[in-house]
Design a protein around this ligand. Structure first.
Ligand code: FAD
Length: 317
């Protein structure tokens, strides 16, 4: 089932959670354990992240340093398909511009269609850590709106090879990312919003937000979107802080602010266990207010952690 249909057909807020594919060298056991511990709460769909190749510098036995390409978490398509078939819950694999050619993207979408997957989240991805700016693959997309267009084209049977005739359309429900606190590269909020509208006008059917810790930022973002004519559902992304270091790491990685009240409570914590209690309680309060405002869905960034995710969902069911 498509995410947009799930949302439109539900008269209350549904919930979904985001999982990472297992690290290379591990089997799927940990991801299944996370799902097993949340399945009775009736998640309506599950997002699976995608991770591009990374450049690393590895010290060789002779002491020299070699630049190497590694993909730490391969297998998004396979694990997404395995989950959808094992649990009968729709999955939403993330599709990236960065690190992929248009042709590779087409092949991924063909594979997803063969496996009965009807949803994707279309994202640009970040630049390589070794680059200062995002660089698309030579034959890849520079921004998510171009990726959305490619997926929409496939939905009309337009493949990259113009000689293909009588093709089967590949019909996907497309979600895209939105940033209540602005994407870190955007020169200002208005420009970022104009590009977000471009993604929606290209064919995105809903938006999932970056994590935020102040609901007022989400409500203001929704208002601004509506003012510029973005009328699709906007799904709030919620992350429960679970360690003390996240107080400094999350703002840096995701270009977001933590409210002073939350920081004050976290500063009183003596251990990660204390921080997890504070972070979970904060996320519960956020979730309660969002559900009271009848948001379409709660998107929970689990990062593989199910106990706090469970507490948040139980608090609003
Ligand atoms: P875009 O929409 O392309 O925007 C990127 C920047 O370019 C913005 O500053 C925007 O204002 C600007 N821009 C947009 N369109 C244009 C245009 N046509 N011309 C010029 N400028 C433009 N990353 C991963 O690597 N894997 C994941 O699985 C993943 N999942 C995510 C899930 C969610 C819900 C969210 C919110 C983010 C996720 N990310 C993931 C992170 C995401 O890839 C990064 O935030 C990335 O830097 C931007 O992606 P985007 O799709 O928003 O890009």
């Amino acid at each position: 089932m498509k995410v947009i249909d799930i949302i439109n057909q539900s008269d209350k807020t549904v919930f979904s959670f985001e999982l990472l594919p297992p690290l290379k060298g591990n089997d799927a056991g940990s991801i299944y354990r996370t799902i097993d511990s949340l399945i009775d709460l009736d998640p309506k769909y599950i997002n699976i992240t995608t991770h591009r190749d990374e450049m690393i510098y590895r010290e060789m036995p002779d002491g020299s340093i070699k630049k190497q390409v590694v993909r730490k978490r391969p297998g998004t398509v396979a694990i997404a398909s395995a989950i959808q078939h094992k649990y009968g819950i729709p999955v939403v694999p993330h599709i990236l511009c960065g690190g992929f050619t248009k042709s590779e993207t087409e092949h991924v979408l063909i594979d997803l269609n063969f496996m009965g997957i009807e949803n994707v989240l279309a994202l640009r991805g970040d630049g390589l850590k070794t680059d200062t700016v995002f660089r698309p693959d030579q034959n890849g997309h520079g921004n998510a709106d171009e990726l959305v267009k490619q997926i929409v084209d496939l939905g009309q049977g337009k493949y990259l090879d113009p000689d293909l005739k009588n093709t089967t359309p590949l019909d996907f429900c497309i979600g895209v990312a939105g940033y209540p606190e602005k994407h870190f590269e955007a020169p200002n909020f208005e420009t970022d919003l104009a590009y977000l509208k471009q993604k929606v006008d290209a064919g995105a059917e809903y938006i999932v937000t970056q994590m935020f810790f102040d609901n007022q930022k989400y409500f203001a973002f929704v208002d601004h979107c509506r003012e510029v004519g973005i009328n699709v559902p906007i799904i709030p992304g919620i992350k429960a802080i679970s360690t003390l270091t996240q107080m400094t790491v999350l703002p840096k990685i995701f270009s977001i602010d933590l409210p002073q009240d939350l920081v004050t409570e976290l500063r009183k914590c003596r251990s990660n266990a204390d921080a997890k209690v504070v972070g979970t309680e904060w996320a519960i309060q956020q979730a309660r207010e969002l559900v009271a405002h009848n948001v379409p869905s709660l998107h929970l960034y689990t990062m593989g952690m199910s106990d706090n995710t469970r507490k948040i969902v139980e608090s609003v069911l």
